[in-house]
Ligand binder design. Structure first.
Ligand code: 3H9
Length: 742
């Protein structure tokens, strides 16, 4: 039975005490671990038979930092209380105690784990250990001395870069940077090397270093000030809507200017301040949301399924276009073999060429060796027919052809003939009902959706679409495939647009309505991007997707949800599509795209060209009763665009299209680039707005647009949450839609 979060200690004959951080699976620093560490170190400092101390982690990891579950479960004040003084205590018992300390690092040493190691008098690591300070990704700053010790070990410039980017380095690289003193070639040698270093420190053979007092790796003060100034400017530009990175730089600066001890005090104050900010709770929500998607009720929550796990070695990708070649690339990178099917040699060659290009760009960036690149390319087989010889060895198929129902139906009929009965058959449709695609199959329950986002080898989300026929073992194995290709797989129910596209369909529609009501489209884009923090505004997004595709997909939604759409027969998309202004791909859409130097595209607001399009659209809108709005504030714009999106998310929650609201949160962040520091769509709605405010604002908007009120009218789920005073994230426990999907 596990002893719970703690530390254990043993002392060998040579007088080396080994303290083991123990909290499976990653030895997170639960307050009980910290308390045990302090107690055991104090014991060591008082024992005459102990000469020196080695600190290591149980199992495969050193330590993944402070226990993030504490952040999720407790108020910032409670967390502050439980870590109060911990930084000074760690300094006293690790760095300044009477016995020297050495960290023996294997696996990860992240956040507080890296800080415990940095506070030791020396560090030994295995070559592939992963060491870094990713706290900024959680909306906080390192709080156990990392802001002070990392720059003192590796220099200010490198230290800042590592902290501000949350990047980790391998043990071997850490050694070359000065973060690690010795490298033990294998995990088996780690303790022996660390003990030898500890004994050398105890005997004086090796000089004992107290990092907080070091100045030798720091740049001269005038240079340091310059580096800090540049870092602040860049940070303000890169992350204008969050404060914690700047608080972090301030804490580092305090240490550089006033010394390590003063820096520690500044760090604690900045940590406490950051922990109170909404971005912290939001980013912790994202941390757990990303991990929670893999646990699906009755599928991968420990439930034993009668069908054994499939070997997933060979994937067949049907269609070598942008999507198909991206999926093939991701699969090759996961070590799989790929059968790529196209309809003619020209398309097949182009598909293979795309895969080649995708992988080659990784070689150019130094992320893939030439050898591995060649190995990967040798695992692709291009085919033009569905032969049993090729398809009987396939474990999973992903169809990625154009969105034409009849074509997809025929493909699955053919696949069923040539694939093994246990082969997973999936479709990368973005909008079509998967049961419709399965209509011509003998066993329609075999089909499952694998919705990738473009470019498929880069974008991190995979929507796994199951119908109420889908057996759990197929969902389980597609989840496993998603993890193998390093995607965050989110299991969703079957409906038009599934979770992500469905929730975002009112996004562009609301933007078009606002523009028709006289609000400047470029202002809308600016507010949504700069103020709200999306990667781009709705008009720019429309240009990126392509006006023709936008109209095609929009038509699907209009057909499925006619009561909550806005359509203007002379709207800007209709006019632009007639002119073949299809967006970035044709050089013109809402913006003009000029080819600049080095093939860079310059985006231009061409008011002369686009102005008349909007005017024409507004004239038509007036006929439809769209009012002309004046005095619309930035906040109004945000609410009119995002509250309909929240409203649709409520329907998705009510229908059980996603199992939990956190799935919606992570899906919106990883697909549409909803700002992670807002915690995802539902977290944002709950924490920054609240159900009753959203419902009342939507009612106001609905009354402002009586003829187009469809997507503004609050849905039942939202009204229930507002009425009962419960967060939208918890509404699923009491509200069940009459059309629940799962
Ligand atoms: C910090 O240290 C602040 C201090 O400076 C100051 C404080 C005052 N705590 O990701 P995985 C769990 S802030 C609690 O699926 P992988 C995780 O939830 C911390 N739990 O596996 C999951 O649980 P479950 C700074 C943690 O192999 C399980 O471990 N540190 C923690 O793909 C396996 O995780 C970080 O930001 C934690 N710290 O990746 C590091 N870490 O099985 C965050 C993990 O129930 N962690 N868990 O779903 C990571 O980056 C990755 O989890 C890691 C493993 C690389 C460690």
């Amino acid at each position: 039975m596990s002893a719970g979060p703690t530390c254990t200690m043993s002392v060998d004959r040579q007088g080396v005490a080994t303290i083991v951080l123990t909290n499976a699976p990653v030895n997170a620093l639960h307050p009980d671990v910290l308390a045990a560490l302090q107690r055991l170190l104090e014991e060591c400092h008082g024992r005459s038979d102990v000469k020196c101390v080695v600190i290591t982690g149980s199992g495969k990891n050193f330590c993944a930092g402070f226990d993030i579950a504490q952040f999720a479960a407790q108020s910032p004040d409670k967390v502050k209380e439980s870590v109060s003084g911990a930084s000074e205590i760690l300094t006293r018992v690790l760095e300044e105690g009477s016995k020297p300390t050495v960290a023996a690092i294997q696996g990860v040493a992240l956040g507080g784990g890296c800080e415990v190691a940095a506070a030791c008098n020396a560090r030994v690591a295995t070559p592939d250990a992963k060491i870094g300070l990713p706290e900024l990704q959680l909306g906080i700053i390192p709080g156990f001395g990392g802001t002070q010790r990392l720059p003192r070990l590796v220099g200010l410039q490198t230290g800042l870069e590592l902290i501000l980017t949350s990047k980790s380095v391998k043990g071997s690289k850490a050694h070359s940077l000065g973060l690690v003193d010795e490298v033990a070639q294998t995990p088996q040698q780690l303790l022996a090397v660390a003990k030898a270093v500890a004994l050398d420190l105890a005997s004086g053979k090796r000089k004992r270093v107290r990092t907080l007092e070091r100045e030798d790796r720091l740049e001269p003060k005038d240079i340091a000030k310059m580096i800090l100034g540049i870092a602040k400017e860049q940070t303000k530009k890169r992350a204008p809507n969050v404060m914690h990175p700047l608080l972090c730089i301030d804490a580092i600066e305090a240490g550089i200017l006033k010394g390590g001890k003063a820096g520690l005090a500044a760090e604690t104050a900045a940590f406490n301040q950051a922990a109170q900010l909404p971005a912290h709770k939001a980013l912790v929500n994202i941390f757990f949301a990303a991990r929670g998607t893999k646990k699906v009720k009755g599928v991968s929550d420990g439930t034993k399924l009668s069908v054994p796990k499939r070997k997933l070695q060979t994937v067949a990708v049907i269609g070598g276009g942008l999507m198909g070649s991206g999926i093939a690339t991701a699969s090759l990178q996961a070590g799989m073999s790929v059968v790529l099917k196209e309809i003619n040699q020209k398309f097949l060659d182009a598909g293979i060429q795309r895969i080649h290009k995708n992988l080659e760009s990784r070689v150019k960036k130094g992320r893939l060796s030439e050898d591995k690149f060649k190995q990967m390319m040798s695992r692709v087989k291009g085919v033009l027919t569905y032969s049993k010889q090729d398809f009987q060895r396939v474990d999973i198929v992903i169809e990625a052809v154009i969105e034409v129902v009849g074509l997809k139906q025929q493909i699955f009929k053919d696949l069923e003939e040539v694939c093994r009965p246990d082969c997973v058959l999936s479709t990368n449709t973005s909008t079509i009902d998967i049961t419709v695609i399965a209509e011509k199959m003998r066993n329609p329950e075999r089909i499952i959706g694998a919705h990738f986002f473009s470019p498929a080898h880069v974008m991190p989300l995979l929507e796994i679409v199951r119908s109420n026929l889908t057996p759990p073992d197929i969902t389980r194995d597609l989840l496993r495939y998603g993890s193998m290709i390093k995607k965050t797989p989110v299991v969703v129910g079957n409906c038009t647009g599934f979770a992500v596209n469905r929730v975002f369909f009112p996004y562009t529609m609301a933007a078009m309505l606002l523009a028709d009501a006289g609000v400047d489209a470029f202002r809308i884009d600016k507010i949504v991007q700069k103020v709200f923090g999306m990667p781009m505004g709705p008009f720019r997004l429309s240009d990126l997707v392509g006006g023709d595709i936008g109209q095609h997909v929009g038509a699907n939604f209009i057909q499925s949800f006619p009561e909550r759409t806005y359509g203007n027969a002379n709207g800007p998309l209709v006019q632009m599509n007639q002119k073949k202004w299809l967006g970035e791909k044709t050089g013109r859409g809402f913006y003009r795209y000029d080819k600049g130097e080095k093939k860079r595209t310059k985006m231009v607001k061409d008011l002369e060209a686009i102005g008349p399009v909007f005017q024409e659209s507004r004239r038509a809108a007036q006929q439809l009763g769209v009012p002309h709005l004046q005095g619309v504030s930035d906040r109004d714009i945000v609410e009119m665009i995002f509250f309909p999106v929240v409203n649709e998310a409520c329907r998705v929650l009510a229908e059980g299209v996603v199992e939990k609201s956190k799935d919606m949160d992570i899906a919106t962040v990883m697909s549409m680039g909803f700002p992670a520091y807002r915690g995802g769509l539902v977290h944002w709605a709950d924490s920054e707005c609240g159900a009753s405010y959203i419902a009342s604002r939507l009612q106001t908007f609905a009354s402002m647009f009586p003829q187009q009120s469809g997507f503004f009218v609050p849905c039942e789920y939202l009204l229930h949450c507002a009425y009962k005073g419960v967060p939208l994230s918890q509404g699923q426990s009491f509200y069940v839609s009459p059309i629940a999907k799962l």
